[in-house]
Ligand binder design. Structure first.
Ligand SMILES: Nc1ncnc2c1ncn2[C@@H]1O[C@H](COP(=O)(O)OP(=O)(O)OP(=O)(O)O)[C@@H](O)[C@H]1O
Ligand SMILES: [Mg+2]
Length: 330
């Protein structure tokens, strides 16, 4: 069995704001097994960055405990910090330095010798496809290049645990795909990763386990498959051409499905286990029975459905936030 590299227990954090107090985390528990990716999924203001800052010892919780590789992060932050590489929500690069100089500086901060820091910087610039821009000042880098450089900085000390706060927010689809492959490569090399995201698809693609946070609380946890299963099976939706054929078609579909058909006019919806096979089977059975099928489609359960079923709403579109962030990166 793999041991938990990270254990957060009952973590509570309030911020002071305009003379009042904002509850950012209200008793968060999470575990990350060594060598796995945990996705912390939540909308704006859910508490993702606060969780990251507490885990990486940049912020102290009001109460609760945090252990990383057996060390108490509150009592021995220095020991914990050495094991963690962190890449923040807003890429932190010094505009006046080149990419190479930025990384070498971070390497020195991590305690590498000058020669080692330079070698590691070149290696990472290569890994992150930044070699060509290595000797240009970062002031001229694009948002995506800054994110990559910031992540490279997180890896310079070869940390056991890499913490990425919204690593792909503000990136274009190519930048996002690149970032995904970097994260997958890290885990293939044995690194443990916590990543926060507002993208349901991203958590589904990358994370071994997911915790869903909203308003400072974990509202669901499990694998993507478990979360989807808790919401319900995939659904098969068939529209028949003739109203007279509905009940016959519904009987046929029920025999192939996991449950009772839901009928709305000429539309019949049934829950299915193996969706792709069910679609093919259903259509061929209906045709064999002489039912004219107008339309047949699968509705696969997505993490949006998970959100919808837990909170009653899908997180707000993120356009404004993305624009703000892009503006900050320019
Ligand atoms: N420095 C601060 N002072 C006051 N309130 C804060 C501060 N930082 C965060 N908060 C509040 O705490 C809550 C959690 O914020 P946090 O930044 O952790 O959320 P998040 O999930 O990272 O959101 P986002 O997706 O927008 O980055 C929010 O209500 C936020 O307004
Ligand atoms: Mg945040």
């Amino acid at each position: 069995m793999t041991a938990a590299l990270v254990e957060m227990r009952d973590v509570v954090k309030h911020y002071r704001s305009n003379g009042g107090r904002v509850c950012a985390l209200n008793g968060v528990d999470l575990d990350i097994e060594a060598g796995t990716i945990l996705g912390v999924l939540g909308p704006n203001g859910a508490g993702k960055t606060t969780t990251v800052r507490i885990l990486t010892t940049l912020l102290r919780p009001d109460s609760g405990s945090v252990r990383v590789a057996g060390h108490d992060a509150l009592a021995a932050p220095g020991l914990v910090r050495k094991r963690i590489g962190v890449s923040g929500q807003y890429a932190a690069v010094d505009e006046n330095l080149t990419g190479f100089e930025n990384l070498r500086m971070v390497g020195r901060l991590y305690g590498l010798r000058k020669k080692e820091a330079s070698e590691r910087a070149r290696e990472l610039l290569e890994d992150f496809a930044l070699s060509d821009a290595a000797d240009r000042r970062c002031g001229g880098y694009s948002g995506g290049m800054r994110r990559r450089l910031d992540l490279a900085g997180a890896l310079i000390g070869r940390p056991e645990l890499v913490v990425l706060d919204e690593p792909t927010t503000g990136l274009d689809p190519i930048g996002r795909a690149d970032m995904w492959s970097v994260v997958r490569r890290l885990v293939a090399d044995g690194t443990t990763v916590l990543l926060t995201t507002q993208y349901l698809e991203e958590a589904d693609q990358l994370a071994d386990r997911i915790v869903v946070v909203a308003r400072g609380e974990v509202i669901a946890r499990g694998t993507a498959a478990e979360l989807k299963a808790s919401v319900g099976a995939d659904k098969l939706c068939v529209t028949v051409q003739q109203a007279e054929a509905v009940s016959r078609a519904a009987r046929i579909l029920e025999s192939l499905s996991l449950g009772t058909p839901d009928i709305d006019d000429r539309d019949i919806t049934v829950p299915v286990a193996d969706s792709t096979r069910s679609l093919a089977e259903a259509v061929s059975e209906l045709v064999r029975a002489g039912v004219d099928v107008e339309d047949a489609a699968l509705h696969r359960t997505t993490l949006d459905d998970v959100f919808m079923s837990i909170t009653g709403a899908i997180p707000e579109p993120l356009d404004t936030t993305v624009d703000e962030r892009t503006a900050m990166l320019q």
